[in-house]
Design a binder for this molecule. Structure first.
Ligand SMILES: NC(=O)c1ccc[n+]([C@@H]2O[C@H](COP(=O)([O-])OP(=O)(O)OC[C@H]3O[C@@H](n4cnc5c(N)ncnc54)[C@H](OP(=O)(O)O)[C@@H]3O)[C@@H](O)[C@H]2O)c1
Length: 338
């Protein structure tokens, strides 16, 4: 089969196309013929942290959807031909998070990823793809969508009538926007681009703020919410957004801490947090159980992921370059097989 492995050269890392034997599923595992995979900002961070060659040989990417191709001994919950997606973690199936799950993330420091024509996955770490979605669409779900779902819905209880600040228009952000609209919450979307804000409007966003032309966007959030602030904040920016998020959160509100797009730290002034009895909720993607619950909602509400582009398997480096350029609206997908 064809696959990509990370390869460092002269202080730079790139995904290099290669070949390997088709893997056999171990007992309890399922082999999947991968139809599509998708990229996340995380995949850029992984390249940036692998310049020392420490991840040479690692198969990259965490997100894939495909068709069950073979069953390992003891697997009875799937059959050949089933349409499935793999969870972000091989090991976090349900229940509370345990740090022991971290090394089981696909395409991370310790576990091979999904950018291959065939992968093997524990049967319990798979979810069925909603019927109304193609496998290309389903490949966008495992990291970005589950993160937004776990954070906003499962942990922060987003509901009808809430107000939620969505930072940017990338993968996690647009799933957050779609969930918010489907739940009847009011999304306030931030973007560097007026054109992307108009695209967000088409998805149901009402309040649109350009964070480049309105750098003090927290004041706009306060004004748009009659001085109250937002009940929820999907915090993706980190260093350059946190202080404003703390000012923009409503009394009793929740900051869902997910990303550090502009860097981590320095420590923000946390005094306002206690003054308004708000919470910060930390999120690391989610469990297979979160993925299943989210898929039920995605199917019920007929939600379709927003895809910016689909790249052929042969030009994976172009997909990485497109993600790095930051011009995308939603998700970037790689077509692996028909
Ligand atoms: N904790 C977790 O489990 C978890 C899971 C998934 C992702 N993440 C993190 O979440 C973040 C987003 O990931 P992603 O895959 O969705 O990224 P992505 O698709 O590459 O989206 C990036 C977008 O973020 C927006 N952005 C950049 N700087 C911003 C700022 N200062 N204020 C507001 N928006 C800004 C930009 O939107 P515009 O172009 O509209 O300006 C950009 O297009 C990353 O930091 C990632 O590491 C964490």
């Amino acid at each position: 089969m064809k696959l990509y492995r990370l390869q460092s050269e002269g202080g730079r890392v790139r995904p290099a196309l290669g070949e390997a034997p088709i893997p056999e599923p171990a007992p309890g595992e399922v082999r999947i013929r991968v139809v599509a995979a998708s990229l996340n900002y995380r995949d850029l961070l992984i390249l940036a942290n692998a310049a020392d060659g420490s991840l040479d040989g690692r198969i990259p990417l965490s997100d894939a959807a495909g068709i069950v191709d073979a069953l390992g001994d003891g697997v009875t919950c799937w059959k050949e031909g089933d349409r499935v997606a793999a969870s972000f973690f091989r090991g976090w199936i349900s229940g509370p998070f345990d740090p022991a799950y971290l090394p089981t993330s696909f395409g991370g420091r310790s576990t091979d990823g999904v950018l291959a024509e065939f992968i093997t996955v524990p049967a319990v770490a798979l979810v069925a793809v909603p019927h109304h979605l193609s496998l290309v669409e389903a490949a966008t779900l495992p990291c970005a969508a589950v993160t937004a779902w776990h954070g906003l819905v499962e942990r922060a209880g987003l509901k009808n009538g809430d107000t939620v600040v969505i930072q940017g228009t990338g993968g996690v952000a647009l799933f957050g926007l779609q969930f918010a609209v489907a739940l009847g919450a009011r999304p306030l979307v931030l973007s560097s681009s007026d054109e992307k804000l108009e695209q967000a409007r088409a998805l149901g966003a009402v309040d649109l703020i350009n964070y480049l032309t309105t750098p003090d966007w927290h004041e706009a959030v306060i004004a748009l919410t009659d001085g109250k602030g937002a009940s929820h904040i999907l915090e993706l920016g980190g260093r350059e957004t946190y202080t404003r998020s703390l000012k923009a959160v409503a009394a009793g509100g929740k900051i869902v801490q997910i990303g550090v797009l502009t860097g981590a730290g320095p420590s923000p002034d946390l005094e306002r947090l206690q003054t308004v009895n708000a919470d910060i909720i930390g999120i690391t993607v989610g469990a297979t159980a979160h993925f299943s619950a989210m898929n039920a909602f995605v199917a019920e509400k007929n939600l379709v992921p927003v895809i910016d582009g689909v790249f052929p398997f042969e030009v994976v480096p172009d997909a990485y370059a497109h993600l790095r350029a930051g011009a995308h609206f939603g998700k970037l997908v790689i077509s692996v097989s028909d």
